[in-house]
Design a protein around this ligand. Sequence first.
Ligand SMILES: Cc1ncc(COP(=O)(O)O)c(C=O)c1O
Length: 405
Amino acid sequence: MSVSVESATQLADRIIALEESSTLAMTKKARELAAQGHKVISLSVGEPDFKTPKHICEAAKQAIDEGYHGYSPVAGYADLRKAIADKFKRENNIDWKPENIVVSTGAKHSLANVIQVLVNPGDEVIILAPYWVSYSEMVKLAEGKSVILNGAFENDFKVTAEQLEEAITDRTKIVMYASPNNPTGSVYSEEELRAIGEVVAKHENVFVLADEIYEHINFTNKGHFSIGSIPEIKDRVITVNGVAKGFAMTGWRIGYIGAAKWIADGVEKLQGQVTSGTNSISQRATVAALNGPMEPTREMSKAYERRRDLVVKLLKEIPGFKVNVPEGAFYAFPDISYYYGKSDGTTTINDSDDFAAWLLNTAHVATVAGSGFGAPYGLRISTAASDEALAEAVQRIKDAVATLK
Ligand SMILES: Cc1ncc(COP(=O)(O)O)c(C=O)c1O
């Protein structure tokens, strides 16, 4: 049933003010074109193209057979919270007890919970950009004010500690970022995060929301560093993670936080009134994921790295594209602004939204415009697809832009 204009205006102001997710909107358009019979290559979703490893699926089947059918504790099963606390210690050098952990319905839910729990109307949230599309909308829902800080292309899209220092005000409540990053694939190094940590340490009312959902898809030889492991600011860092990306479990919807107990308690209180404990079977599967072998995760990461190499090499051959080398996650984020103002004789490309829509309509390649990520010069290309699909997609992009004058 379609919603009439009259009924839509009766939506609450907070929902009217909310932007639709640009990644989901692009995926929807691509599906429509495919349904019309076009051979669409979809590089718009942020989703592994692998299946969940078998031992994790087996644990879920076993959970059903063993009768995990009822409500779970709001913050998650005790042994799952213990497995997460052990993971934080083992992989991130962060010492949290199970009482510091809250399990939620995906990292997205964890992030939204933390923002609801910490942000008062008018509080500023500094978002290191380019950033994942939902951050600014989550802040808006909490009536906070997003302050977008842009990382320069020359600095691999990363914001410096000096930039952060300048942006902090008396109203700053949270600094949030993702590393490895969506959409750029950039990875903040230990040195960069320690410098950021020093700035945060000086401002005792400022919290850090560290989104580490791509932790296991990291191609640097130095590996992942968690800002939450810095003792001076540990109690003011909320580390968010989940199993969606590293274990190919997007549909299972499990995310979690590690945070000071009063923050974890606040999230549990909110969750207790809004969603309750998350899916019982998925929680059992996540125990198996976190306590089980990491080989499948490493294999997937290797495949993403190979595809990163392929896509970067091919994108660099496209005249006018400026291409960084992503060090993690599964995205490439070329600067395509050279083509703004150019036309194929029918359509003029003025910005990244025009470019992505034009590319989908003419070359049938679905990508996502940089505008939604706070980076209007860019185009996000997911590399979570087969080598053949990626090679053909980039060739189509190359042929399409050759028609722009
Ligand atoms: C940076 C970032 N954070 C969080 C999420 C959400 O993860 P989940 O599927 O666990 O909700 C995504 C998903 O695309 C993401 O890209």
